[in-house]
Design a protein around this ligand. Structure first.
Ligand code: FES
Ligand SMILES: [Fe+2]
Length: 356
């Protein structure tokens, strides 16, 4: 059985996708029904009626409440049952789990763990998303038939770029440049600089640069499901490696990953950039990134098939894998800590004959 981190904010879907109508979602193998109430607030409930286990998502909205499509039980936004057809008394114990949600950076975030621990100030935020002189392009919800950690692996890994993204994010000399990494709590940063190199295809024409550039890629991974790739270029010799970004193209490819189940995840991505919005430029960037992320999808889905086919296969480890191995260790450790934390409670319930 796949274990997941529970006490964390996961991306649920783009805020633009949620309306005053029922939608179904799946996060870490839990089925969720979501909608906006009449005030526009997001409601996310477990998609399981406590009566006879019908999915609430086959029901209907009655004002702010959701009505089960089987016998008409109604639940309010907090998951409390507020109506039982043909019965006056409603036992307060009839309720469904309501997940805390929050909106930030165009995304609806959902807390899959203990609601008492949900702290919206811990949700990832990129300040440049809102800053003047910056703009952003909201991308897609790319569904991958691949485990979310394989996608996270890909997003901590600058080494694949020279071989997978030759027409968009790279050019030939990219593959021979060393990669560095650093771990800080549950964050892993992996980076590389490519000095005195031709500009990458998707940056061409954005600024009037003559000649070569110094390029950087910083892959910031926040366990378990956020990867922010800060990538940019500045003319060679203008001090970008020493920190001078006064004349540069800088972009952040933000990846918010929803683990659906063991073999499936959804990659929500958006691009923040220090280039003003422009319909033509934005359309070209969107198309370029869409191409690039579909190139990753092709590789990751093929890997997933091989993983399922050869579950005991032992992979070769290389020095370029150092940060991705640490990334996986961080996720494993958080899961182990959550399990350990839950154990005394389980033991107590077992002692009282409640859990089995
Ligand atoms: S299963 Fe939902 S009301 Fe009966
Ligand atoms: Fe990639």
């Amino acid at each position: 059985m796949t274990q997941y981190i529970h006490n964390t904010w996961y991306p649920l879907t783009w805020a633009r996708n949620l309306e005053q109508s029922i939608s179904r979602h799946r996060v870490i193998e839990e089925d969720i029904v979501a909608y906006r109430d009449t005030k526009g607030q997001v409601v996310a409930l477990r998609d399981l009626c406590p009566h006879k286990m019908a999915p609430l998502s086959i029901g209907t909205l009655q004002g702010d409440a959701i009505q089960c499509g089987y016998h008409g039980l109604r639940f309010n936004c907090t998951g409390q049952c507020v109506h039982v057809p043909g019965q006056d008394r409603i036992p307060p114990s009839i309720r469904v789990h309501a997940y805390p949600t929050w909106e930030n950076m165009g995304m609806v975030w959902i807390w899959m763990g203990d609601p008492a621990l949900a702290d919206e100030t811990a949700i990832y935020d990129l300040p440049e998303y809102r800053k003047d002189n910056y703009s952003y392009i909201e991308g897609d919800s790319l569904r991958l038939e691949a485990n979310y950690l394989n996608l996270a692996d890909n997003l901590c890994d600058p080494s694949h770029v020279a071989f997978v993204h030759t027409t968009t994010l790279s050019n030939a000399n990219h593959g021979i440049v060393p990669v560095h990494h650093e771990v800080e709590g549950s964050k892993v940063t992996t980076w590389r600089w490519i000095l005195d190199s031709p500009i990458i295809p998707i940056f061409r024409g954005l600024k009037n640069y003559q000649g070569n550039v110094d390029r950087w890629h910083y892959y910031h991974y926040y366990a378990p499901c956020i990867a922010i790739i800060d990538f940019g270029s500045a003319p060679t010799g203008q001090g970008a490696p020493e920190g001078d970004r006064s004349n540069c193209i800088q972009m952040w490819a933000c990846h918010f990953i929803t683990p659906v189940d063991k073999d499936t995840c959804i990659q929500h991505w958006l691009l923040v950039k220090n280039i003003p919005s422009d319909p033509d430029i934005d359309a070209t960037l969107l198309a370029g990134l869409r191409t690039a992320f579909n190139e990753d999808k092709l590789v990751l889905e093929a890997i997933q098939k091989n993983e399922n086919k050869y579950p005991d296969f032992r992979r070769t480890r290389l020095s370029i894998d150092a940060s991705t191995l640490k990334m996986r260790r961080i996720v494993d450790k958080i899961i182990e800590a959550e399990i350990a934390l839950a154990e005394p409670e389980t033991t107590e319930l077992l002692a009282r004959g409640i859990a089995q």
